[in-house]
Design a protein around this ligand. Sequence first.
Ligand code: C5P
Length: 241
Amino acid sequence: PRTAAVIPAAGRGVRLGRGAPKALRPLGGTPMLVHAVRAVARARTVSLVVVVAPPDGAAAVRTLLDEHPLPQAAGDTDVMVVTGGGTRQESVARGLAALPGDVDTVLVHDAARPLVPVETVEAVAAAVRAGAPAVVPALPVSDTVKQIGPGTPAGEPEPVVATPERSLLRAVQTPQGFDRTVLAKAHADAPREGEGATDDAGLVERLGVPVVLVPGHEEAFKVTRPLDLVLAEAVLARRRV
Ligand code: C5P
């Protein structure tokens, strides 16, 4: 039995071509997706990485990965490329469908979290291997969070309906780790309608299967806004000294 990582990178924002799609945006001169693949491949327990590429971008992603071979520290980890779908949920489902039969533990990791430390990847995988069906790295939130009423037109002031107790809130990261059978069932049972799930553990929660949190890491932040690129470059520069 072995552990595989699925990296969804098929969002519209990562379409190959002009305009610097996010996953191909260089960090320290190397595309974000390559950092993400290396980050999970460095984990000793991960022996296969499945990258889910845009439907029209599989060949280009394959070329990109061939141009940036894995470092020695990744050992003999295999990298497969499959094509994704219209939602993140569908893309992850396609990655799962491509896994060989001997994979029993699956990590799902966003291409947009390129700097996750290997210790976080290992901790998630170890918790699944120790028997937890679903494991999510998470951090306390520093901002107070407000819940708003649905359906407020854009540009209007948003009515606040609740302020959840901050000490009970966590911001979740990836890689999220799962028993393969549990994650496959969660995806098989998930509704196909709507925008799809933004988080795999959320689908597992709907099955009534327990999901647990382990400590996440500040450097596993999601590169979303321009300021995140500044932070990511600074983290890389600090690692190089
Ligand atoms: O949109 P969001 O930031 O939640 O996307 C998280 C990850 O899911 C990204 O790495 C993105 O490329 C991926 N994704 C995908 N297929 C889609 C939409 C998003 O693989 N159709």
